[in-house]
Design a protein around this ligand. Structure first.
Ligand code: PEP
Ligand code: MG
Length: 584
């Protein structure tokens, strides 16, 4: 087929080349089929057996996931088993078979569609994912029922790498082919915060979502090149392109191995300035993959994910235990806990928020916490209790106004026993108004952390998850760079420590710029730590400042990114050359 380059939203990073396996492309297991009255008993028996087989297979995956990744990840498959035990759905399916003589596969389809429509009629980003959570396990039963041997799927553990191409990013994709062969995932639909995305990241499978019409554009068996970090998909790549990607992928793996060995020591610039590198953590489940000795602490613990993965609000004691678990993993190091940042695309299924026309501009983050003060206070209480296990710091998301910070500080003060010291309190700067009013906010906080993911979204009036406007989302545009420069100068004048925890801090170009404008520390996803440390060691503070000055003075994102990229690429090439002289 002709070469075709497509764009999607990165979910889990990496570069891979593999053979295309299409999932669900032509399956029509749910087409309407009827049986005769004398087949009803056999059909119900057949249905029950298939349901049991599907549950056993989910239990096996659940057990393997629990061993490999821990109970939190395994819980997703537990929830899928519970879906197959739902009495309401079971009654309706059996009734359709008995009374309307539906074949079980089509009875399942009818019920799943009915429930799915109910969920889809509800507003809220995460609720939309529930329909997928429901469809996925029932689809497994349909497959069992049809006793379909899907020849398109490679079930042999031996063989080359596979890239699964599917319509929707759902957890069961990770179990469709043997793990050792699963190189990547490309999907048309499925949110970056869907369960499928959570599992793909945990398994470390390079994944991209939001690739339009991918099912009809990809061809089974053909080699695909997936640059997941950049959200790039190359269909029909020629041999040269495949070889180039494979080489980059191999190089990355080899160099990553060396850099991991070197990353136990701090990142110190050529002129002797130590740059603390901290880590972003989404859930206690991430901890086992993080070596605390390689980072200076946690710069952002996104507490909402632990809430999102549960069926109900955690009690204060439960929350405190979770926070202690994180603190114990980083003895003697600071852990910055961000208070609940729910709303918009991060919804709790057990906490109904009002319907909003523009949820990203609506009731989220601290706005919600200051309205539902009991929620915020329960979390503060848990953090205070966990304080016996380590160095707790509190970070407020989506701060817009100085008054919000003052009100929160007063709430925390009132919740503390009088003799207890206030934990260090920081505010995220991710709303442009807060960035411009930082001079007034700074005296009220102990530290500042910039969320570039949202800051870019709000500065450019561009939805960060919407592929239609993705080209207007420009972290390296001078407008954003100048705001970052302003933030850094304001924090310096106010004598307030400044960190950046948005994705930009984990990119080479972004890190060089941020350190150049005077950001004191970076907090990044853990896989980026080794490369970042190695890169920082190759620059002096003077060089970084000069680069940042030049980037701020540019008139386009291309120009600014271009010069930062050239500098980082040069440094990277030298670094690779030193470690792998045989490469050139
Ligand atoms: C950000 O907005 O940059 C950030 C770190 O927060 P989140 O991505 O969780 O919104
Ligand atoms: Mg944010």
């Amino acid at each position: 087929m002709a070469r075709l380059e497509l764009k999607g939203l990165p979910v889990a990073p990496g570069i891979v080349v593999g053979a295309t396996v299409l999932v669900d492309a032509h399956e029509d297991l749910g087409r309407e089929r009827h049986i005769s009255a004398d087949q009803v008993d056999a059909a119900l028996h057949h249905f029950e057996e298939a349901r049991q087989r599907a549950m056993r297979s989910l239990e096996r995956v659940q057990g393997a996931t629990a061993q490999e990744l821990g109970l939190q990840d395994a819980a997703i498959f537990g929830a899928q088993i519970a879906v197959l035990q739902d009495p309401a759905a079971l009654d309706e399916i059996r009734q359709l078979v008995r009374e309307q003589l539906h074949a079980p596969e089509s009875a399942i389809q009818t019920v799943v569609e009915k429930f799915g429509k109910l969920f889809e009629a509800l507003e809220g980003g995460d609720i939309k994912n529930w329909a997928a959570d429901l469809r996925d396990p029932w689809h497994a039963v349909q497959r069992e029922l049809a006793l379909e041997r899907d020849d398109a799927l490679a079930t042999d553990a031996e063989g080359g790498p596979i890239i699964l191409v599917a319509d929707e990013l759902v957890p069961s994709l990770l179990t469709r082919v043997p793990r050792q062969r699963l190189a990547g995932l490309i999907c048309a639909r499925g949110g970056r915060f869907s369960h499928g995305a959570v599992v793909a990241r945990s398994f470390g499978v390079p994944t991209v979502t939001g690739v339009e019409q991918i099912i009809s554009r990809a061809t089974a068996g053909e080699q695909i090149v997936l640059y997941a970090t950049a959200g790039r998909v190359l269909l029909g790549a020629n041999a040269e392109e495949q070889a180039a990607a494979q080489q980059r992928s191999d190089e990355q793996a080899a160099i990553q191995g060396r850099l991991i060995e070197e990353s136990r020591t701090p990142a110190v610039t050529r002129c002797g300035l130590e740059v603390p590198i901290l880590v972003n953590v989404e859930s206690p489940r991430d901890l086992q993959a993080i070596d605390a000795a390689r980072v200076e602490g946690v710069g952002l613990f996104r507490t909402e994910f632990a809430y999102m993965e549960r069926p109900t609000f955690p009690a204060v004691a439960e929350q405190a235990e979770m926070y202690r678990e994180v603190l114990r993993h980083f003895p003697d190091k600071p852990v910055v806990f961000r208070t609940l940042d729910i709303g918009n695309d991060k919804q709790l299924r057990y906490f109904e928020t009002p319907e909003e026309a523009n949820p990203a501009l609506g009731w989220r983050g601290l706005r919600l916490g200051l309205h539902w003060k009991d929620l915020l206070l329960a979390q503060i209480q848990a953090l205070i209790e966990a304080g016996d296990a380590g160095d707790v710091r509190v970070l407020l998301p989506m701060v817009t106004l100085l008054d919000e910070v003052r009100e929160t500080r007063a709430l925390i003060r009132a919740a503390l026993p009088p003799e207890m010291k206030m934990p260090p309190l920081g505010c995220m700067i991710e709303v442009p108004a807060a960035a411009m009013a930082l001079r007034d906010i700074a005296p009220e906080v102990d530290f500042v952390s910039v969320g570039t993911n949202d800051l870019v979204q709000y500065l450019f009036a561009v939805d960060r998850d919407n592929p239609w406007v993705a080209d207007l989302y420009q972290p390296y545009h001078p407008a954003h760079l100048r705001v970052l420069d302003h933030i850094a100068k304001t924090c310096k004048e106010a004598g307030i420590p400044l960190s950046v925890c948005g994705e930009m801090a984990g990119e080479f170009e972004g890190a060089l710029f941020l350190l150049g404008v005077g950001v004191g520390q970076l907090s990044v996803a853990s896989p980026f730590v080794p490369q970042l440390k190695a890169l920082i060691r190759r620059f002096s503070q003077g060089e970084l400042e000069e680069l940042a000055r030049a980037a701020v003075a540019c008139d386009s994102a291309e120009a600014a990114h271009g010069l930062l990229h050239a500098a980082s690429q040069r440094a990277w090439d030298e670094l690779v050359q030193e470690r792998m002289p045989s490469r050139s």
